[in-house]
Design a protein around this ligand. Structure first.
Ligand code: NAD
Length: 362
């Protein structure tokens, strides 16, 4: 039976990397029926939203989606399609492995980090108050009444929401993932020394959950210290579990440790649905140029294959990508010694090279 998967090319460079990824996934021999759904900036004129309802309906039907990045205009307009998707489908866990491969231009070797980021709350919960609005005035009055601290009338507010339920399930997800995939340690990352209520709750919940997993080592780190530790000795860390904002930042930092966003995959997983997508955004300045690296999305595709219980195909695909990286010939500009290297190939040529490696494995 072929796997029916919702395919969302996204916008910017999304369609190019999605096409490259679709091709290599099909070259693994696994059969797919792609339920193609359009989302992104081009949808705004026709539908008034970057995320038309049929995209959500398709994922609800198929349970699994492979998604290219979608642009979110800064500071104004509609809400991020990515945040909306994660909230609507309750994709509470954002899984971002960061692994070094021979041939990647990284300062480090032997990194195998897995970032587990909470995906539904924290400062991303969408509870915000715009400067100068009646709602913001009311919030200022209420805070002044309750705390004795009066925020300036020129201020805006974003509420940091941390709950026991969301903290518990993300930490459990991290431990279950660690156990199922042979990891030895989970590190909870927080700033509970300053945000004693919100991050304090995340941390105490993490400690509670850790007691249920005596076979896995548990520790915690304050987020600023964690950043320094990751730069100095990333090989000391294994699975990291973090609230939403720290998870977002640390996963980009981890992508930097292993050679850049071009090779950093991701997955958004809930109890019913899963959406696989690269960590990076739509890189709009390169749109339509057949330039950016499709490997982050290809590795996300390999994660999807594992989710679909196609483990052997996932391993073959990862091996084929790793071989192309190791040879260093058919790789995009970001994996070359200099970004203006004239031997860099384009997005679709990387797909050709990976497909060739897959063919040689048959
Ligand atoms: P970005 O990740 O799109 O790009 C930043 C830079 O990283 C690029 O200019 C490029 O130099 C490099 N880069 C990114 N992906 C690459 C690839 N595959 N190969 C080679 N180089 C690559 O980040 P941004 O510019 O901050 O964001 C652009 C847009 O994407 C924004 O609107 C943002 O909101 C959105 N975004 C979407 C998602 C998503 O859909 N999940 C995630 C992050 C950002």
């Amino acid at each position: 039976m072929p796997h029916v998967v919702t395919l969302i090319p996204g916008d910017g460079t999304g369609p190019e990397i999605t096409e490259a990824t679709r091709r290599v996934l099909e070259a693994t021999g696994v059969e797919f029926v792609w339920d193609m759904r359009r989302a992104g900036l081009a949808m705004v004129e026709a539908y008034g939203t970057v995320l038309p309802d049929d995209v959500i309906e398709s994922i609800k039907r198929n349970k699994v989606a492979l998604k290219g990045p979608i642009t979110t205009p800064v500071g104004k307009g509609f809400r991020s399609a990515n945040v909306t998707l994660r909230k609507t489908l309750d994709l509470y866990a954002n899984l971002r492995p960061a692994k070094t491969y021979p041939g990647l231009r990284s300062r480090y070797e032997n990194i195998h980090l897995t970032i587990v980021r909470e995906n539904t709350e924290d400062l991303y919960a969408g509870i915000e108050f715009q400067r100068g609005t009646p709602e913001q005035e009311e919030m200022i009055d209420m805070i002044a009444r309750m705390t004795g601290i009066r925020p300036g009338s020129d201020s805006a507010m974003s509420i940091k929401l941390i709950s026991v339920k969301a903290s518990r399930r993300i930490v459990k997800f991290a431990f279950d993932y660690a156990r199922a995939n042979g990891h030895r340690k989970v590190t909870a990352v927080h700033k509970a020394n300053i945000m004693k209520c919100s991050d304090g709750l995340f941390l105490s919940t993490a400690h509670e959950v850790a007691k249920e997993y005596p076979d896995i080592q548990f520790e915690d780190r304050i987020v600023d210290n964690m950043c320094m530790q990751l730069v100095q000795k990333p090989e000391m860390y294994d699975v990291l579990v973090l609230p939403n904002l720290y998870g977002d930042i640390i996963s980009d930092l981890s992508a930097g440790l292993i050679g850049g966003l071009g090779v950093a995959p991701g997955a958004n997983i809930g109890s019913q649905y899963a959406v696989f997508e690269p960590v990076h955004g739509s890189a709009p300045k390169y749109a339509g140029q057949n330039k950016v690296n499709p490997m982050a999305m290809m590795f996300s595709g390999a994660m999807m294959l594992r989710h679909l219980c196609e483990r052997a195909a996932a391993e073959r695909l990862e091996k084929a990508i790793a071989q192309v990286i190791a040879e260093g010939k058919y790789v995009t500009y970001d994996l070359k010694p200099r970004p203006d290297d004239p031997t860099a190939v384009g997005t679709s040529q990387v797909a050709d090279a990976v497909i060739e490696k897959l063919r040689m494995m048959q």
